[in-house]
Design a protein around this ligand. Structure first.
Ligand code: AMP
Length: 558
């Protein structure tokens, strides 16, 4: 068994990790620590979040900086305030037995004056988010001339968040930098470029596979119709009564409205998105961390860098546009050796994207059914009974009330008590699920048929399945029939709808056939050659704040 001693760490650090209960180094620590301590100039560490990266760079930094020099010698740059606080917290623990070692956290959304004061205390290590750090550099309130080590943590996330220029600015302003250590979960070309430009022949260390999601995560997906998404989400939550999870949405509006709806329905959930003030954000995160909230619903940007222990489930309310984002989302669970579940709700048209992500994370995805109402009820019952049986009743404080209770229940059967307990806990719940419909998309195109009946048109695959009337979609004369989730309820009438479609798609009227405008949805016949252009220019766009879905009509039939 590899030990921390064997990595070359000094006694004070070994003692600190032992106190934390770290029995042996994680793979990234095992690989990176000896390299970093050996005086290696530059390093690229490819590892997922939750692999023990913080200690992998934090421990060597604490050993390499000179505690007797009271100015910043090492700088860690990370994408978010949450991660910044987390790293400082960890480093505080690792430096417990090094008297005089100080670390400062520098992040936005809070008074800069207190941070300037902290920096003046003679800190050796600074952990910063890019924006606030640049602010301090411009105010000349941070001393960077003695910085020897720069660590870029979650570099891919920083680039995803648009910090590329800031990172370069920071690297250019640490002129006496001797070593640059870059940690990233993925290796997109921009990271390669930054590493090429600012690093010299970096040692590259990979833990697991690059772009690979954590193997402790079970990836599941559920196929439902678009209009059942919310209901499906609720069912997944209800089917997992002990859930402590993060739900991801693409938009702030979705995060907010789903949080409000679920709160009204009795769930302990709050939303985290870019419209919140720092104070509101802190409050939400505080409540989630201390488990006052069982669920957090967040947009990708707002959730970046969040490191909360013990997340059991990540739920993708919808797939992210960018498949790489899936890794960041799913990486919130299954951390530090724990297992986690990442559930994704999709509709039939997105199966291809699932396969794409599957290839990227190199882990199998499991197609599961949305539980039926009765299964949810059964699961909730078991959970309730488990909780009931696990309650600590050894406490003597119940004793005085027992005779009274026994008297009260003298003529009540055990069965009746059970029924009453169940009614108390579940009446509304059972009623809700009594007539709940099956949300799973029943008819699926058999694999073999799906394959043989596809052809490629532009970048899109067009299904040539026969519809119920026996005619070919995409084969009705020259037209393909498209479904769109807009209708008269959106304020359209035939002419305005036609105009809207033509404006959006930039097609001529003669590309269109029949338009079947209904209250909730519509069907449009479009020249086969123009179908993909129409879908491309309309699907996913917004109309009055709502996402427009457009696809071939056969995918919306039973
Ligand atoms: P990180 O990837 O740095 O966010 O670390 C993820 C979690 O793993 C944190 O909670 C660390 O405290 C924990 N951790 C780091 N190193 C070890 C180790 N060698 N043994 C056990 N837990 C660790």
């Amino acid at each position: 068994m590899m030990t921390f001693e064997a990595l070359g760490l000094e006694e004070s650090l070994i003692q600190a990790v032992k106190v934390l209960g770290f029995e042996q180094p994680t793979p990234i620590q095992e690989k990176a620590i000896p390299v970093l301590l050996s005086g290696t100039k530059d390093l690229v560490g490819l590892a997922q979040t939750g692999t023990g990266k913080t200690a992998a760079f934090g421990l060597p930094l604490l050993q390499l900086v000179d505690v007797n020099k009271k100015y910043p010698q090492a700088l860690v740059v990370c994408p978010t305030r949450e991660l910044c606080i987390q790293i400082v917290k960890d480093i505080e623990l690792y430096k417990k037995y090094i008297p005089g070692m100080q670390v400062a956290a520098v992040y936005g959304g809070t008074a800069i004056s207190a941070q300037i004061r902290d920096l003046k205390k003679g800190v050796q290590l600074v952990v910063a988010t890019p924006g606030r750090l640049i602010d301090l550099i411009e105010r000349k309130t941070i001393q960077l001339e003695h910085i020897r080590y720069v660590v870029l943590d979650e570099a891919d996330e920083m680039l995803n968040m648009g910090f590329q220029d800031d990172i370069e600015f920071i690297l250019q302003n640490t002129v006496n930098r001797e070593s640059t250590w870059l940690f990233s979960a993925t290796m997109p070309p921009e990271i390669r470029r930054v590493s090429k430009k600012y690093m010299e022949a970096p040692v590259e260390i990979t833990v697991g596979k690059v772009n690979t999601a954590n193997k402790n995560i079970d990836h599941q997906y559920y196929v439902v119709r678009a209009q059942h998404r919310y209901e499906a989400l609720k069912r997944l939550i209800d089917f997992n009564p002990g859930i402590y999870g993060i739900i991801f949405t693409r938009t702030k509006a979705d995060a907010q409205s789903i949080a409000e709806k679920l709160t009204r329905e009795g769930y302990t959930i709050d939303a985290l998105h870019g419209d919140l003030t720092q104070q509101q954000r802190d409050k939400v995160m505080g409540n989630f961390r201390n488990k006052t909230l069982q669920l957090l619903i967040a947009t990708d940007v707002a959730a970046r860098g969040i490191d909360v222990h013990g997340i059991t489930h990540v739920i993708n309310y919808e797939l992210p546009d960018d498949v790489e984002v899936y890794t960041h989302r799913s990486g919130r669970t299954g951390r530090a050796g724990n297992t986690g579940i990442c559930m994704t709700i999709i509709h039939t048209r997105e199966l291809g994207k699932i396969r794409q992500i599957e290839r990227m994370v190199q882990a199998p995805f499991h197609k599961l059914e949305i539980p039926l109402g009765k299964d949810v009820c059964r699961k909730q019952f078991y959970h309730f009974i488990d909780n009931l049986m696990q309650l600590d009743i050894e406490d003597d404080s119940f004793e005085p009330y027992l005779p009274m209770l026994e008297e009260k229940f003298a003529d009540v059967s055990k069965q009746e008590i059970l029924k009453r307990l169940a009614a108390l806990e579940f009446k509304r719940f059972l009623k809700y699920y009594e007539s709940a419909e099956d949300l799973n998309v029943k008819e699926r195109i058999p694999e073999s048929r799906e394959r043989t009946s596809r052809r490629i048109s532009g970048n899109r695959e067009i299904s040539l399945r026969r519809d119920t009337r026996g005619r070919m979609f995409g084969g009705n004369g020259n037209y393909t029939r498209l479904f769109v989730n807009l209708g008269t309820k959106d304020g359209f009438y035939k002419a305005s709808f036609l105009q809207f479609i033509l404006d959006m798609s930039d097609l001529k009227k003669d590309a269109l056939g029949k338009i079947d405008l209904k209250e909730m949805n519509s069907w449009i016949e479009v020249d086969k050659k123009s179908a993909s252009q129409m879908i491309r220019s309309i699907d996913g766009k917004k109309y009055r704040g709502r996402n427009i879905r457009m696809n071939e009509a056969d995918q919306h039939r039973k």
